[in-house]
Design a protein around this ligand. Structure first.
Ligand code: SF4
Ligand code: SF4
Length: 134
């Protein structure tokens, strides 16, 4: 029958039109990243962090530069937690090495930037910024 191919094609199109969508209209819509996604910025929970530096020791590419201060009671405090994402392999060794689960990824995949400086990020400073915005 003439035009059969057209009808079959239309049938397939209509079927797909009403099916659940597999894609989203990025950047207006974004898919949530799974728990296992490694990427974005490292978030430091300062309440959990004991400033042991196990994370930076586990880093194979020297992407973590930490500054620790010891107070008069000999308690260690994290002063700077610099993550150089330009050096980061996103291997997750730092997260796995942390004995108190104080670091995690913010799972933001929109981290492209124009300047190299923007690839360096202080998680402690970022916590201060978040506190002042609250
Ligand atoms: S993910 Fe790997 S390379 Fe990146 S900071 Fe952690 S240990 Fe270092
Ligand atoms: S390993 Fe964990 S507790 Fe130790 S300094 Fe790093 S983030 Fe803090």
């Amino acid at each position: 029958m003439q035009g059969k191919g057209l009808l079959v094609g239309l049938g397939i199109t209509i079927k797909h039109f009403f099916r659940k969508k597999e894609t989203v209209q990025y950047p207006e819509e974004k898919l949530p990243m799974p728990e296992t996604f490694r990427g974005g910025k490292l978030v430091l929970d300062e309440k959990k962090c004991i400033a042991c530096k196990m994370c930076s020791m586990a880093c194979p590419n020297k992407a973590l530069d930490l500054t620790v201060e010891i107070d008069e009671n000999k308690k260690r405090h994290m002063k700077k937690y610099i993550h150089k994402s330009g050096r980061c392999l996103y291997c997750d060794f730092c997260v796995e090495a942390c004995p108190t689960k104080a670091i995690s990824w913010n799972r933001d995949y929109e981290i492209s930037c124009y300047h190299k400086d923007e690839l360096t990020y202080d998680a402690v400073e970022n916590n201060r910024k978040d506190d002042t915005h609250e």
